[in-house]
Design a protein around this ligand. Structure first.
Ligand code: DI6
Ligand code: FE
Length: 408
């Protein structure tokens, strides 16, 4: 049995503390864990005398980082879309598949037909895979129901995950993901008659942490998303947006105007959009899994984000269509190799900046007062996390001060 107040010692900790730049490395580190929180962090040689009597849990030569945060997933859904993968390999585009009634709508059909227990059973193996990669927070969106009952069922399922596994779940209401078949050609009516009332109902049940939308030619325009965001604001809910993934409709500018936590994808974003995001402090969520899967060639404007000081998070976008990838470590690798993000940016992207993209003030870095959510790696240097492809180097994960070893 592990004591509730103790010292975690490790050869090296990447604290990711803002202002320290890069990884915020501390060598021969000591982390004082007090219940679910960190009380002190620094070089072991400087440990204050008042902690002298505490037990030491020694991580040896390993590396400690904040627990990973996957800040953009569609993890709750039914079914899979491997046949669509085959169609795309034969030349069909993502939009063609979607307009033909496949794509998001095929997952909508499967998800509407699945009960809550089935959705939970389908989700847990993926949650376990993420936990085995050191993940401590997962954002999960609705958006495969597109009717009141199924949207609520998805969100309830997402909440239940956090009662079944030691992980924090942040939900996003994504009722504005696609126009369902019963509203084909009537996107405005769908937003007003289904999406907005469902958001109100989900919020009343405490199921919504943020409101998201898909601003795209195959989904909703900025006027429709703007109506939804106005309601989110009256409910006191933060917003985020899938923007500029396949084309530039001005979604990021709209999101920034609403003080959005994040705008996500952004391959087709222009400099004016980057400037708007910088002004509102909106995080750019970089999703290389979708870029890779769709064989996109338009790169997100990484250099402009850097130049204008827009924080970049990195996430999996785990979903059965455009990003069937539930590995944040692989997302880090892709962010570096495909987008030339630095390994330090990629690690900050799945910790410090991912926490910001979710509005979580007490996660994503190793510092006094932060939750004791950590990952302990069989690694010497933090660049190893984005450098490896497969062969998860996780030794253990700490969630709220409790150490969990992955099943081996
Ligand atoms: N953009 C995406 O990449 C996912 N949703 C979205 O708005 C794709 C979802 C899917 O294809 O099922
Ligand atoms: Fe997405």
């Amino acid at each position: 049995m592990q004591p509730s107040t103790y010292i975690l010692a490790a050869r090296r900790a990447a604290t990711l503390r803002p202002g320290q730049g890069d990884y915020g490395l501390v060598e021969d580190a000591a982390l004082v864990v007090d219940g679910a929180r960190l009380d002190w962090v620094g070089p072991r040689a400087e440990l204050p005398g008042r902690y002298g009597a505490l037990a030491v849990v020694d991580a040896g030569g390993r590396l400690v980082t904040p627990g990973l945060i996957d800040c953009h997933t569609h993890l709750v859904h039914a079914g899979q879309r491997a046949e669509e993968f085959e169609m795309r390999l034969k030349g069909a585009s993502y939009e063609e598949v979607a307009r033909g009634g496949g794509g998001i709508l095929s997952t909508v059909r499967a998800t509407r037909a699945a009960g809550e227990d089935a959705l939970l059973a389908a989700a847990l193996p993926f949650v376990d895979a993420m936990i085995a990669e050191g993940v401590t927070v997962i954002e999960i969106k609705s958006g495969y129901g597109l009717d009141r009952e199924t949207e609520l069922r998805m969100l309830r399922t997402a909440r239940r995950i956090a009662t079944r596994r030691p992980v924090t779940v942040q939900t996003s209401f994504l009722g504005a993901h696609a126009v369902p078949p019963e509203y084909a050609g009537r996107a405005d009516a769908y937003i007003d008659e289904i999406c907005i009332p469902t958001l109100r109902a989900a919020h009343a049940e405490g199921l919504v942490d943020a409101v998201d939308g898909f601003c795209e030619g195959i989904a909703f325009d900025t006027v429709q998303i703007g109506r939804l965001f106005a309601v989110a604001r009256t409910l006191g809910l933060p917003v985020k947006l899938h923007a500029e993934q396949l084309s530039n409709l001005g979604g990021a500018v709209l999101a920034a105007g609403h003080g959005a936590l994040s705008a996500d994808h952004l391959e087709h974003l222009d400099e004016a959009g980057v400037v708007a995001m910088a002004a509102s402090g909106t995080v750019a969520v970089i999703l290389p899994g979708a870029f890779y899967t769709l064989r996109e060639t338009q790169l997100p404007p990484i250099a402009l984000f850097r130049a204008h000081g827009v924080a970049m998070a990195v996430a999996t976008d785990f979903n059965p269509g455009s990003s069937p990838m539930c590995s944040p470590l692989l997302a880090m690798n892709m962010a570096c190799t495909l987008f030339r993000m630095t390994p330090a940016e990629a690690l900050a992207g799945v910790t410090l900046q991912a926490a910001r993209a979710l509005g979580l003030a007490d996660r994503g870095m190793i510092a006094p007062g932060m939750r004791a959510d950590l990952a302990i790696w069989e690694a010497e240097h933090p660049a190893e996390l984005g450098y490896r492809i497969g062969g998860v180097p996780l030794h253990a994960r700490m969630y709220g001060g409790e150490i969990w070893h992955p099943r081996r």
